[in-house]
Design a protein around this ligand. Structure first.
Ligand SMILES: *Cc1c(COP(=O)(O)O)cnc(C)c1O
Length: 439
Protein backbone atom coordinates (compact mmCIF):
# COMPACT_ATOMS: atom_id res chain seq x y z
CA UNK A 1 0.00 0.00 0.00
CA UNK A 2 3.02 2.24 0.26
CA UNK A 3 3.13 2.68 -3.47
CA UNK A 4 0.18 5.07 -3.69
CA UNK A 5 1.38 8.20 -5.45
CA UNK A 6 -0.30 10.81 -3.33
CA UNK A 7 -0.35 8.88 -0.07
CA UNK A 8 1.11 10.63 2.97
CA UNK A 9 3.16 13.14 0.92
CA UNK A 10 2.51 15.91 3.44
CA UNK A 11 3.77 13.79 6.29
CA UNK A 12 6.71 12.70 4.17
CA UNK A 13 7.76 16.29 3.56
CA UNK A 14 7.11 17.48 7.10
CA UNK A 15 8.62 14.64 9.13
CA UNK A 16 10.47 12.03 7.17
CA UNK A 17 11.37 10.08 10.31
CA UNK A 18 7.75 9.43 11.26
CA UNK A 19 6.86 8.89 7.63
CA UNK A 20 9.44 6.10 7.41
CA UNK A 21 8.11 4.55 10.61
CA UNK A 22 4.57 4.67 9.24
CA UNK A 23 5.70 3.07 5.98
CA UNK A 24 7.38 0.27 7.89
CA UNK A 25 4.13 -0.41 9.76
CA UNK A 26 2.19 -0.23 6.49
CA UNK A 27 4.48 -2.84 5.06
CA UNK A 28 4.34 -5.02 8.18
CA UNK A 29 0.55 -5.06 7.99
CA UNK A 30 0.72 -5.76 4.26
CA UNK A 31 3.15 -8.67 4.38
CA UNK A 32 2.42 -10.51 7.60
CA UNK A 33 -0.44 -12.78 8.58
CA UNK A 34 -2.32 -11.08 11.40
CA UNK A 35 -3.71 -13.83 13.61
CA UNK A 36 -4.08 -11.83 16.82
CA UNK A 37 -7.71 -12.50 17.72
CA UNK A 38 -8.34 -8.97 18.99
CA UNK A 39 -7.09 -7.22 15.86
CA UNK A 40 -8.72 -6.31 12.58
CA UNK A 41 -8.33 -3.93 9.63
CA UNK A 42 -10.75 -1.02 9.40
CA UNK A 43 -12.06 0.09 6.03
CA UNK A 44 -10.45 3.00 4.24
CA UNK A 45 -13.45 5.30 4.90
CA UNK A 46 -13.04 4.60 8.63
CA UNK A 47 -9.34 5.47 8.35
CA UNK A 48 -10.28 8.73 6.63
CA UNK A 49 -12.74 9.67 9.37
CA UNK A 50 -10.38 8.62 12.17
CA UNK A 51 -7.61 10.67 10.55
CA UNK A 52 -9.84 13.67 10.04
CA UNK A 53 -10.32 17.16 11.42
CA UNK A 54 -12.70 16.17 14.19
CA UNK A 55 -9.56 15.39 16.21
CA UNK A 56 -9.41 19.18 16.66
CA UNK A 57 -12.71 19.56 18.48
CA UNK A 58 -13.32 19.82 22.21
CA UNK A 59 -16.80 18.54 22.99
CA UNK A 60 -17.03 17.73 26.71
CA UNK A 61 -20.58 16.76 27.50
CA UNK A 62 -23.12 15.00 25.30
CA UNK A 63 -24.95 15.99 22.08
CA UNK A 64 -27.15 19.02 22.73
CA UNK A 65 -25.52 19.62 26.12
CA UNK A 66 -21.87 20.44 25.61
CA UNK A 67 -19.53 22.63 27.59
CA UNK A 68 -18.09 24.10 24.38
CA UNK A 69 -19.43 25.99 21.37
CA UNK A 70 -19.09 24.88 17.77
CA UNK A 71 -20.32 21.36 18.44
CA UNK A 72 -23.15 21.22 15.90
CA UNK A 73 -21.37 18.85 13.51
CA UNK A 74 -19.74 16.60 16.05
CA UNK A 75 -23.19 16.37 17.68
CA UNK A 76 -24.60 15.03 14.42
CA UNK A 77 -21.81 12.46 14.24
CA UNK A 78 -22.26 11.32 17.85
CA UNK A 79 -26.04 11.10 17.45
CA UNK A 80 -25.60 8.92 14.37
CA UNK A 81 -23.10 6.72 16.20
CA UNK A 82 -25.61 6.24 19.03
CA UNK A 83 -28.60 5.59 16.73
CA UNK A 84 -26.73 3.10 14.61
CA UNK A 85 -25.33 1.29 17.66
CA UNK A 86 -28.82 1.02 19.16
CA UNK A 87 -30.12 -0.48 15.94
CA UNK A 88 -27.15 -2.81 15.62
CA UNK A 89 -27.40 -4.23 19.13
CA UNK A 90 -31.12 -3.73 19.68
CA UNK A 91 -30.62 -1.72 22.84
CA UNK A 92 -32.22 1.31 24.42
CA UNK A 93 -29.09 3.03 25.70
CA UNK A 94 -25.59 3.50 24.41
CA UNK A 95 -22.62 5.66 25.35
CA UNK A 96 -20.05 5.82 22.54
CA UNK A 97 -17.54 8.00 24.39
CA UNK A 98 -15.29 5.55 26.30
CA UNK A 99 -11.79 5.86 24.85
CA UNK A 100 -11.23 2.12 25.20
CA UNK A 101 -12.79 -1.12 26.36
CA UNK A 102 -11.01 -0.79 29.69
CA UNK A 103 -12.55 2.62 30.27
CA UNK A 104 -15.99 1.31 29.36
CA UNK A 105 -15.51 -1.35 32.03
CA UNK A 106 -14.25 1.17 34.57
CA UNK A 107 -17.30 3.38 33.98
CA UNK A 108 -19.71 0.44 34.27
CA UNK A 109 -18.14 -0.82 37.50
CA UNK A 110 -17.97 2.65 39.07
CA UNK A 111 -21.65 3.18 38.28
CA UNK A 112 -23.05 -0.12 39.53
CA UNK A 113 -20.93 -0.77 42.62
CA UNK A 114 -18.86 0.96 45.29
CA UNK A 115 -15.15 0.69 45.98
CA UNK A 116 -14.58 -2.30 48.25
CA UNK A 117 -17.60 -4.24 46.96
CA UNK A 118 -17.15 -7.79 45.78
CA UNK A 119 -17.12 -8.63 42.07
CA UNK A 120 -16.84 -11.95 40.31
CA UNK A 121 -15.11 -12.38 36.95
CA UNK A 122 -13.40 -15.00 34.81
CA UNK A 123 -9.83 -15.69 35.94
CA UNK A 124 -7.30 -14.02 33.61
CA UNK A 125 -5.46 -17.32 33.21
CA UNK A 126 -8.75 -18.94 32.15
CA UNK A 127 -9.58 -16.42 29.46
CA UNK A 128 -10.76 -13.38 31.44
CA UNK A 129 -9.58 -9.79 30.94
CA UNK A 130 -7.35 -7.62 33.15
CA UNK A 131 -10.34 -5.39 33.94
CA UNK A 132 -12.31 -8.35 35.32
CA UNK A 133 -10.42 -8.30 38.60
CA UNK A 134 -6.73 -8.81 37.95
CA UNK A 135 -4.64 -7.66 40.95
CA UNK A 136 -2.45 -5.47 38.69
CA UNK A 137 -5.51 -3.62 37.31
CA UNK A 138 -7.78 -0.97 38.87
CA UNK A 139 -10.49 -3.63 39.06
CA UNK A 140 -8.38 -5.80 41.33
CA UNK A 141 -7.19 -2.87 43.42
CA UNK A 142 -10.54 -1.15 43.99
CA UNK A 143 -12.78 -4.18 44.42
CA UNK A 144 -12.75 -7.41 46.33
CA UNK A 145 -12.37 -10.01 43.59
CA UNK A 146 -13.56 -13.58 43.42
CA UNK A 147 -12.48 -15.30 40.21
CA UNK A 148 -14.26 -18.21 38.63
CA UNK A 149 -12.62 -20.64 36.25
CA UNK A 150 -13.32 -23.02 33.43
CA UNK A 151 -13.65 -26.74 34.03
CA UNK A 152 -10.57 -28.87 33.46
CA UNK A 153 -12.58 -31.40 31.45
CA UNK A 154 -14.62 -29.15 29.15
CA UNK A 155 -12.63 -25.91 28.99
CA UNK A 156 -15.96 -24.09 29.44
CA UNK A 157 -17.11 -22.00 32.38
CA UNK A 158 -17.77 -24.27 35.32
CA UNK A 159 -21.25 -23.22 36.44
CA UNK A 160 -21.24 -25.53 39.44
CA UNK A 161 -18.25 -23.56 40.68
CA UNK A 162 -19.73 -20.20 39.67
CA UNK A 163 -22.90 -20.93 41.66
CA UNK A 164 -20.97 -22.17 44.67
CA UNK A 165 -18.66 -19.13 44.73
CA UNK A 166 -21.58 -16.78 44.15
CA UNK A 167 -23.52 -18.17 47.12
CA UNK A 168 -20.45 -18.14 49.33
CA UNK A 169 -19.12 -14.65 48.51
CA UNK A 170 -22.33 -12.84 47.46
CA UNK A 171 -20.72 -10.54 44.86
CA UNK A 172 -22.61 -7.33 44.10
CA UNK A 173 -21.78 -7.73 40.42
CA UNK A 174 -20.86 -10.63 38.16
CA UNK A 175 -18.89 -10.09 34.94
CA UNK A 176 -19.25 -12.53 32.07
CA UNK A 177 -17.17 -12.57 28.91
CA UNK A 178 -13.44 -12.70 28.29
CA UNK A 179 -10.52 -12.31 25.92
CA UNK A 180 -9.56 -15.89 25.24
CA UNK A 181 -12.86 -17.74 25.54
CA UNK A 182 -13.54 -19.64 22.31
CA UNK A 183 -17.16 -20.47 23.13
CA UNK A 184 -20.38 -18.47 23.26
CA UNK A 185 -20.78 -16.51 26.49
CA UNK A 186 -23.53 -18.22 28.52
CA UNK A 187 -25.55 -15.08 29.41
CA UNK A 188 -28.67 -16.99 30.44
CA UNK A 189 -26.89 -19.25 32.92
CA UNK A 190 -25.06 -16.28 34.45
CA UNK A 191 -28.39 -14.41 34.80
CA UNK A 192 -29.91 -17.31 36.72
CA UNK A 193 -27.05 -17.28 39.21
CA UNK A 194 -26.99 -13.48 39.48
CA UNK A 195 -30.73 -13.57 40.25
CA UNK A 196 -30.26 -16.21 42.95
CA UNK A 197 -27.95 -13.85 44.88
CA UNK A 198 -29.43 -10.50 43.79
CA UNK A 199 -26.30 -9.40 41.89
CA UNK A 200 -25.96 -7.19 38.84
CA UNK A 201 -24.83 -8.91 35.67
CA UNK A 202 -22.38 -7.16 33.38
CA UNK A 203 -21.44 -8.63 29.99
CA UNK A 204 -18.17 -7.67 28.35
CA UNK A 205 -18.58 -8.53 24.66
CA UNK A 206 -15.35 -6.80 23.56
CA UNK A 207 -14.38 -9.87 21.54
CA UNK A 208 -17.56 -11.21 19.94
CA UNK A 209 -19.34 -7.84 19.46
CA UNK A 210 -19.34 -8.16 15.65
CA UNK A 211 -20.83 -11.65 15.91
CA UNK A 212 -23.43 -10.41 18.41
CA UNK A 213 -24.39 -7.57 16.04
CA UNK A 214 -25.11 -10.03 13.24
CA UNK A 215 -26.84 -12.69 15.35
CA UNK A 216 -24.03 -15.25 15.13
CA UNK A 217 -23.53 -15.06 18.88
CA UNK A 218 -26.41 -14.79 21.39
CA UNK A 219 -27.29 -11.28 22.51
CA UNK A 220 -26.60 -10.24 26.10
CA UNK A 221 -29.30 -7.55 26.02
CA UNK A 222 -32.21 -9.55 27.46
CA UNK A 223 -30.08 -10.88 30.34
CA UNK A 224 -27.59 -8.26 31.42
CA UNK A 225 -27.93 -5.04 33.40
CA UNK A 226 -25.09 -3.47 31.48
CA UNK A 227 -23.04 -4.45 28.45
CA UNK A 228 -19.59 -3.15 27.53
CA UNK A 229 -17.58 -3.64 24.39
CA UNK A 230 -14.68 -2.48 22.32
CA UNK A 231 -15.34 -1.28 18.80
CA UNK A 232 -12.12 -2.45 17.16
CA UNK A 233 -12.16 -6.25 17.41
CA UNK A 234 -14.73 -8.31 15.47
CA UNK A 235 -16.87 -5.17 15.14
CA UNK A 236 -14.12 -3.80 12.84
CA UNK A 237 -14.34 -0.17 13.85
CA UNK A 238 -11.78 2.31 15.17
CA UNK A 239 -10.03 1.62 18.48
CA UNK A 240 -12.44 2.49 21.27
CA UNK A 241 -15.07 1.42 23.79
CA UNK A 242 -18.82 1.58 24.29
CA UNK A 243 -21.40 0.95 27.02
CA UNK A 244 -24.94 -0.31 26.37
CA UNK A 245 -28.10 -1.31 28.19
CA UNK A 246 -30.93 -3.32 26.63
CA UNK A 247 -33.36 -1.37 28.78
CA UNK A 248 -32.80 1.86 30.66
CA UNK A 249 -34.35 1.82 34.14
CA UNK A 250 -34.63 4.06 37.21
CA UNK A 251 -31.54 3.67 39.32
CA UNK A 252 -31.98 1.31 42.30
CA UNK A 253 -29.67 3.29 44.61
CA UNK A 254 -32.08 6.18 45.21
CA UNK A 255 -30.03 8.83 43.38
CA UNK A 256 -32.33 11.79 42.64
CA UNK A 257 -31.98 14.89 40.49
CA UNK A 258 -31.03 17.81 42.78
CA UNK A 259 -33.90 20.21 42.02
CA UNK A 260 -36.88 18.09 40.97
CA UNK A 261 -36.22 15.15 43.28
CA UNK A 262 -36.89 12.86 40.32
CA UNK A 263 -35.20 9.47 40.49
CA UNK A 264 -32.42 9.40 37.92
CA UNK A 265 -32.22 6.78 35.21
CA UNK A 266 -29.20 4.44 35.20
CA UNK A 267 -28.28 5.94 31.80
CA UNK A 268 -27.82 9.35 33.42
CA UNK A 269 -25.50 7.87 36.03
CA UNK A 270 -23.48 5.97 33.42
CA UNK A 271 -23.13 9.14 31.35
CA UNK A 272 -21.83 11.09 34.35
CA UNK A 273 -19.41 8.35 35.28
CA UNK A 274 -17.89 8.47 31.79
CA UNK A 275 -17.78 12.30 31.78
CA UNK A 276 -16.91 14.00 34.14
CA UNK A 277 -16.25 10.85 36.20
CA UNK A 278 -13.32 9.29 34.38
CA UNK A 279 -12.85 11.13 31.08
CA UNK A 280 -12.66 14.67 29.79
CA UNK A 281 -13.06 15.60 26.15
CA UNK A 282 -14.32 12.78 23.94
CA UNK A 283 -12.33 11.71 20.87
CA UNK A 284 -14.78 13.09 18.31
CA UNK A 285 -12.84 11.85 15.27
CA UNK A 286 -13.01 8.34 16.73
CA UNK A 287 -16.68 8.66 17.67
CA UNK A 288 -17.44 9.77 14.10
CA UNK A 289 -15.37 6.83 12.82
CA UNK A 290 -17.40 4.55 15.12
CA UNK A 291 -20.53 5.88 13.39
CA UNK A 292 -19.02 4.96 9.99
CA UNK A 293 -18.15 1.48 11.30
CA UNK A 294 -21.66 0.92 12.69
CA UNK A 295 -23.07 1.97 9.33
CA UNK A 296 -20.90 -0.68 7.68
CA UNK A 297 -21.93 -3.27 10.26
CA UNK A 298 -25.61 -2.63 9.49
CA UNK A 299 -25.06 -3.62 5.85
CA UNK A 300 -25.85 -7.20 4.75
CA UNK A 301 -22.20 -7.54 3.64
CA UNK A 302 -21.05 -7.36 7.24
CA UNK A 303 -23.16 -10.36 8.22
CA UNK A 304 -21.52 -12.35 5.42
CA UNK A 305 -18.14 -11.21 6.72
CA UNK A 306 -18.83 -12.35 10.29
CA UNK A 307 -20.18 -15.69 9.01
CA UNK A 308 -16.93 -16.14 7.12
CA UNK A 309 -14.93 -15.23 10.25
CA UNK A 310 -16.65 -18.07 12.14
CA UNK A 311 -16.38 -20.51 9.20
CA UNK A 312 -12.68 -19.74 8.91
CA UNK A 313 -12.12 -20.26 12.64
CA UNK A 314 -13.86 -23.62 12.40
CA UNK A 315 -11.80 -24.61 9.37
CA UNK A 316 -8.63 -23.60 11.16
CA UNK A 317 -9.67 -25.48 14.32
CA UNK A 318 -10.36 -28.62 12.28
CA UNK A 319 -7.01 -28.36 10.51
CA UNK A 320 -5.21 -27.89 13.84
CA UNK A 321 -7.01 -30.87 15.40
CA UNK A 322 -6.04 -33.03 12.44
CA UNK A 323 -2.40 -32.21 13.20
CA UNK A 324 -2.81 -33.24 16.83
CA UNK A 325 -3.00 -29.74 18.33
CA UNK A 326 -4.99 -29.57 21.55
CA UNK A 327 -7.61 -26.84 21.60
CA UNK A 328 -9.03 -25.54 24.85
CA UNK A 329 -12.71 -26.60 24.92
CA UNK A 330 -12.01 -28.81 21.89
CA UNK A 331 -12.78 -26.16 19.27
CA UNK A 332 -14.54 -22.86 18.81
CA UNK A 333 -17.96 -21.23 18.35
CA UNK A 334 -16.44 -17.86 17.53
CA UNK A 335 -13.38 -16.23 15.93
CA UNK A 336 -11.01 -17.33 18.71
CA UNK A 337 -8.96 -20.51 19.03
CA UNK A 338 -6.89 -21.21 22.13
CA UNK A 339 -4.16 -23.77 21.47
CA UNK A 340 -2.56 -25.74 24.29
CA UNK A 341 0.99 -26.45 23.08
CA UNK A 342 1.94 -28.73 25.97
CA UNK A 343 1.97 -31.90 23.84
CA UNK A 344 4.08 -30.12 21.20
CA UNK A 345 6.90 -29.57 23.65
CA UNK A 346 7.16 -25.85 22.95
CA UNK A 347 6.21 -22.85 25.08
CA UNK A 348 3.83 -20.10 23.99
CA UNK A 349 6.71 -17.64 24.15
CA UNK A 350 8.97 -19.69 21.87
CA UNK A 351 6.15 -20.36 19.40
CA UNK A 352 5.16 -16.67 19.27
CA UNK A 353 8.78 -15.62 18.66
CA UNK A 354 9.44 -18.14 15.91
CA UNK A 355 6.13 -17.42 14.17
CA UNK A 356 6.81 -13.69 14.34
CA UNK A 357 10.13 -14.24 12.55
CA UNK A 358 8.18 -16.18 9.91
CA UNK A 359 5.72 -13.32 9.37
CA UNK A 360 2.84 -14.89 11.32
CA UNK A 361 1.63 -12.77 14.23
CA UNK A 362 -0.01 -14.57 17.16
CA UNK A 363 0.07 -14.04 20.89
CA UNK A 364 1.27 -16.40 23.56
CA UNK A 365 -1.51 -17.06 26.02
CA UNK A 366 -2.01 -18.84 29.33
CA UNK A 367 -4.13 -21.95 29.06
CA UNK A 368 -6.42 -22.96 31.92
CA UNK A 369 -4.41 -24.53 34.78
CA UNK A 370 -1.19 -23.40 33.10
CA UNK A 371 1.98 -24.45 34.95
CA UNK A 372 3.99 -21.67 33.29
CA UNK A 373 4.11 -17.94 34.01
CA UNK A 374 2.21 -15.33 31.96
CA UNK A 375 5.56 -14.35 30.35
CA UNK A 376 6.24 -17.87 29.10
CA UNK A 377 2.83 -19.63 28.92
CA UNK A 378 1.90 -23.01 27.50
CA UNK A 379 -0.46 -21.77 24.84
CA UNK A 380 -1.14 -19.41 22.03
CA UNK A 381 -4.28 -17.66 20.88
CA UNK A 382 -5.18 -17.23 17.23
CA UNK A 383 -8.14 -15.59 15.57
CA UNK A 384 -9.59 -15.06 12.12
CA UNK A 385 -11.10 -11.52 12.03
CA UNK A 386 -8.15 -9.78 10.34
CA UNK A 387 -7.25 -12.41 7.74
CA UNK A 388 -10.96 -12.76 6.88
CA UNK A 389 -11.13 -9.01 6.26
CA UNK A 390 -8.35 -9.52 3.68
CA UNK A 391 -10.65 -11.99 1.92
CA UNK A 392 -8.98 -15.24 2.90
CA UNK A 393 -11.11 -18.38 3.09
CA UNK A 394 -10.98 -22.09 3.87
CA UNK A 395 -8.11 -22.96 1.51
CA UNK A 396 -5.95 -20.28 3.04
CA UNK A 397 -6.87 -21.48 6.58
CA UNK A 398 -5.55 -24.94 5.74
CA UNK A 399 -2.43 -23.46 4.19
CA UNK A 400 -1.84 -21.23 7.23
CA UNK A 401 -2.15 -24.16 9.62
CA UNK A 402 0.44 -26.04 7.53
CA UNK A 403 2.78 -23.06 7.84
CA UNK A 404 2.18 -22.70 11.58
CA UNK A 405 2.85 -26.39 12.04
CA UNK A 406 6.09 -26.23 10.05
CA UNK A 407 7.40 -23.48 12.35
CA UNK A 408 6.10 -24.85 15.66
CA UNK A 409 7.50 -28.32 14.90
CA UNK A 410 11.02 -26.87 14.94
CA UNK A 411 11.15 -23.35 16.37
CA UNK A 412 14.95 -23.14 16.09
CA UNK A 413 15.08 -24.04 12.39
CA UNK A 414 16.14 -20.86 10.59
CA UNK A 415 15.78 -22.39 7.14
CA UNK A 416 12.14 -23.34 7.79
CA UNK A 417 11.40 -19.90 9.18
CA UNK A 418 12.90 -18.29 6.10
CA UNK A 419 10.91 -20.50 3.71
CA UNK A 420 7.65 -19.89 5.61
CA UNK A 421 8.26 -16.16 5.64
CA UNK A 422 8.60 -16.16 1.84
CA UNK A 423 5.39 -18.18 1.51
CA UNK A 424 3.56 -15.83 3.87
CA UNK A 425 4.62 -12.89 1.70
CA UNK A 426 3.26 -14.54 -1.45
CA UNK A 427 0.00 -15.37 0.32
CA UNK A 428 -0.37 -11.79 1.56
CA UNK A 429 0.31 -10.39 -1.90
CA UNK A 430 -2.71 -12.30 -3.22
CA UNK A 431 -4.93 -10.58 -0.63
CA UNK A 432 -3.79 -6.96 -0.64
CA UNK A 433 -4.82 -4.45 2.00
CA UNK A 434 -6.02 -0.89 1.40
CA UNK A 435 -6.14 -0.94 -2.39
CA UNK A 436 -7.41 2.64 -2.10
CA UNK A 437 -3.77 3.60 -1.56
CA UNK A 438 -2.55 1.79 -4.64
CA UNK A 439 -3.87 4.08 -7.40
C1 LIG B 1 -9.89 -6.16 24.57
C2 LIG B 1 -10.72 -6.30 25.77
C3 LIG B 1 -10.99 -5.23 26.62
C4 LIG B 1 -10.24 -3.93 26.64
O1 LIG B 1 -10.08 -3.21 25.57
P1 LIG B 1 -8.99 -2.04 25.46
O2 LIG B 1 -9.62 -1.20 24.41
O3 LIG B 1 -7.73 -2.71 25.08
O4 LIG B 1 -8.91 -1.33 26.76
C5 LIG B 1 -11.88 -5.41 27.66
N1 LIG B 1 -12.48 -6.58 27.85
C6 LIG B 1 -12.23 -7.65 27.08
C7 LIG B 1 -12.93 -8.92 27.37
C8 LIG B 1 -11.34 -7.55 26.03
O5 LIG B 1 -11.07 -8.62 25.28
Amino acid sequence: MASGKGAFTFLKNADSKLYEILMREVSREDYTLELIASENFVSYPILEMAGGVMTNKYAEGYPGARYYGGCEHVDEAENLARDRAKQLFNCEYVNVQPHSGSQANMAALMTFIKVGDTIMGLDLAHGGHLTHGSPVNFSGKLYNVVSYQVSRETGRVDFTEVRKLAKEHKPKLVICGGSAYPRHIEFEQFREIADEIGAFLMADIAHPAGLVATGLHPSPMPYCDVVTTTTHKTLRGPRGGMIMMGKDVENPWGVVAPKSGRTKMVSELLNSTVMPGIQGGPLMHIIAAKAVAFGEALEPKFKLYTQEVVNNAQAMADALLSKDYQLVSGGTDTHVILIDLTNKDVTGKAAEKALEKAGITVNKNMVPFDQRSPFITSGMRVGTPAITTRGMGKDEMNRIVDLIDDVVADVENAATIKRVKAEVKVLCESFPLYQELHN
